[in-house]
Ligand binder design. Structure first.
Ligand code: AKG
Length: 206
């Protein structure tokens, strides 16, 4: 991974202590349309059960944890064993590896069915991702607003993530900031988000 994850057509988001890169049209329209259609017909979406405020609840979206064998991920105190890669994501994974120089071995797919589906404030700072993870986030479908706020003092930012966009979070972004995908009262269509990650401790038990 280069010191700075510059990739074609990307712009740096100027946020102190973060390393954020954004390409609003990273996927061509036709590619993004085809990928979204393939993922929406995929029957493998699940409701992940997560721990919140001491209770186990349904997460307010559909999800699927996908990865190489052994790429186990634990978040919100729940363990997720990877589902195999669907054909639709194989090419995208290679393309991200070429663009960013990171051998992503997993992806968290999230499906927001309408404006009520959301993701609360969190950092992707689980130990299995290492201290300075590179996370490549591809958005498909309805444009939704992505928000970041510093863990300490500092300004918040919000970014609209359109169909086919790529947002890369690297460096100290996860240790310095939290991020969220808030609900919206605006009528919005479905959205799928794919966050490609690299699990460093791939477990031998399959
Ligand atoms: O849907 C999004 O853009 C955010 C997803 C996210 O925060 C995550 O996967 O950690």
């Amino acid at each position: 991974m280069p010191a700075s994850p510059a990739f074609p057509d990307s712009q740096r988001i100027d946020l102190p202590g973060a390393d954020l890169w954004f390409a609003p049209t990273w996927l061509a329209r036709g590619e993004a349309d085809a990928l979204l259609s393939a993922l929406l017909v995929d029957p493998g979406w699940e409701v992940h059960r997560i721990r919140m405020f001491g209770r186990t609840v349904d997460s307010p979206r559909l999800s699927r944890w996908i990865g190489d064998p052994g790429a186990v991920y634990t978040y919100s105190r729940t363990r997720f064993d990877p589902h195999p890669w669907p054909d639709a994501l194989a090419g995208l994974r290679l393309r991200l590896r070429e663009a960013l120089g990171v051998d992503f071995n997993s992806v968290l797919a999230n499906r927001y069915r309408d404006g009520r589906d959301r993701m609360g404030w969190h950092s992707d700072d689980e130990p299995e991702l290492g201290p300075r993870p590179v996370i490549a986030s591809i958005s498909l479908g309805a444009t939704r607003r992505f928000a970041l706020k510093p863990r300490g003092e500092g300004r918040r930012v919000a970014l609209d993530l359109p169909h086919g966009s790529l947002l890369v979070m690297a460096g100290a972004t996860q240790s310095s900031y939290r991020h969220a995908l808030p609900a919206t009262a605006r009528p919005v269509g479905e959205r799928v988000n794919l966050t490609f990650r690299r699990i460093l401790q791939v477990s031998a038990s399959r």
